[in-house]
Design a protein around this ligand. Sequence first.
Ligand SMILES: [Fe+2]
Ligand SMILES: [Fe+2]
Length: 279
Amino acid sequence: MSISATAAPLPKANFPVRRMDFSFAETSKYWWSGDPFMTHFMNNLSSLFPHGEKFFVDSVRAVRKQIEDPQLQKDISAFIGQEAMHSKEHQTYNDYAQAHGIDLDVLDMRIKVLLEWVTKFTTKKQRLAATCALEHFTATMAEQLLAREDINMQMTDPRMYKLWLWHAIEENEHKSVAYDAYLAVGGGYWLRTLTMASTSLMFIGVIAWFQLDLLRKDGQLFNWSSWKYGLKALFGPRNGYITGLIRPYLQYYKPGFHPSQQDTVALENRWRTRLGFDG
Ligand SMILES: [Fe+2]
Ligand SMILES: [Fe+2]
């Protein structure tokens, strides 16, 4: 019998890498229901992705050799493929914003400098813990975007709608990969949760800074009706987007937490069908 006939079949990744190629040539400047504040909030998030997601990939790649589980190795490859595609498509988004006079390149450059600084002063395991923390943010933000029709229906541009919901599906598909890599290299509770606390402060600080900067440069800093709309959408006590993230955020601090405890499989399946993905 030949070797190939007796060898155990190689595992397949648990999720696919989808090739996308967005164009925002037809997208207007204030694509979120015509509102400057919320459009800039999404611009803000998008400016973080090209270098942010590269940081995630580098952090996981740095420990890859220490991981023996063949299934996790396959999932790491798919994770790298998905995040690389997100970086690429968000660069397309950022170029579209730039064409509308919204300078996301300067924000992108600040993130690059910040992450280079973080990389210089941290260990591989600390960077992986930071990646787990930020992947928890992206997964829970993405889950809420998928689950909340009242929020996602405010994305009135069809290309942006598809970009963000595609990204949201994939953030949920791969939400356990960095975390499993962290566990596989012996990452523990205290590093994970202390890193979450410090990463959160940095993340919130950057978002607040960038939001004010975007509004100011666009002449929208004193557009009070847009502030009112945006603050209600984000922080409304009952239905605010960020309000809804508080509970899942706190769950990260529980000993024994794992991203898969939040079951999003049915939600992902529903959206795969809705967006016409066959895998
Ligand atoms: Fe991503
Ligand atoms: Fe991710």
